[in-house]
Design a protein around this ligand. Structure first.
Ligand SMILES: Nc1ncnc2c1ncn2[C@@H]1O[C@H](COP(=O)(O)OP(=O)(O)O)[C@@H](O)[C@H]1O
Ligand SMILES: [Mg+2]
Length: 267
């Protein structure tokens, strides 16, 4: 697939405050179409706050968010989701007693047309739509290699598999961009490797750009096209993984002077 270029999602001068905490101080971010964009920085730096401003859960007191060139600052989270901004959350958001397939099908709910009337009386249109969603769910199950567990309740699966189901649910919306907050936290190295591969596949096969927060520098260096570094609510560096890894402010701030680790990651 040919990778598109140009900004798909932009934050401009976002400022966000919680009581005395200045969570974001004039933060700008440009996510290019067809890219994997990593957000890194110490705990409390404002990474989740920034993602929440992009998806509409937090409202900055100044600044704007642009999606495909249009100002979406006034849109609610569901409006942004329907418009194509998909996301997964920190931790697990799946329904434990439902199967893998059922969980992925819940991802289609925001796209359902017709509401209760169609659902109750099973109109031809609602049946067609159900079939379309069922087919799409199977494609997602194939893509994420969840065939063997498709009918298993999600509650009995490993943490890594549950995160994959969560990802499957986000993909059901056919997003134009996918935002992931620490998708690899709590995963084994093997699970991280799998997820890293899916992230790259999502970019390359579906052309969906991915913005993710990740702490594992090896993973960040491996899969990102671009990295933005936050500290105390401000952007302190932005560039390719190699550029960011060589930035003295990043080395000092993020790694407490441990130059070795970052250089290794970039190699
Ligand atoms: N809902 C909230 N209420 C109050 N303070 C918050 C809230 N969300 C984040 N903060 C504060 O904003 C700062 C940035 O937090 P966060 O964006 O979660 O950082 P990160 O994801 O980089 O660890 C922290 O000081 C945090 O305590
Ligand atoms: Mg966070």
């Amino acid at each position: 697939m040919v990778r598109e270029s140009g900004a798909i999602l932009e934050a401009r001068d976002l400022c966000l405050r919680f009581a005395a905490v200045e969570a974001l101080r004039s933060v700008s971010l440009t996510v290019e179409a067809g890219s994997v964009h990593a957000l890194i920085g110490p705990n409390g730096a404002g990474k989740s706050s920034l993602l929440n401003c992009l998806s509409g859960f937090y409202r900055p007191y100044s600044g704007s968010v642009l999606f495909k060139g249009a100002d979406i600052s006034g849109l609610s989270p569901p409006e942004r989701a329907r418009g194509g901004i998909g996301r997964t959350f920190q931790g697990i958001q799946t329904y434990p007693s439902m199967t893998v397939r059922e969980n992925i099908l819940t991802g289609f709910h925001p796209r359902m047309k017709g509401g209760v009337f169609h659902a109750l009386f099973r109109t031809p249109a609602s049946i067609r739509q159900e079939e379309e969603f069922a087919t799409k769910a199977e494609e997602i199950i194939d893509f994420l290699e969840l065939e063997e567990v498709r009918h298993s309740p999600v509650g009995g699966l490993s943490y890594g598999l549950r995160k994959q189901v969560d990802l499957g649910r986000a993909l059901a919306l056919s997003p134009s961009i996918l935002i992931m907050d620490e998708p690899m936290a709590g995963m084994s190295p093997e699970e991280k490797g799998d997820l890293a591969r899916y992230v790259l596949d999502i970019r390359d096969r579906f052309g969906i750009p991915v913005v993710l927060v990740e702490h594992d520098m090896d993973v960040v260096m491996d899969i990102s096209d671009r990295v933005t570094v936050l500290e105390f609510g401000a952007v302190i560096a932005d560039g390719t993984p190699a550029e960011v890894a060589a930035d003295p402010r990043v080395i000092a701030a993020y790694l407490g002077g441990d130059e070795e680790t970052l250089a290794e990651g970039a190699a």
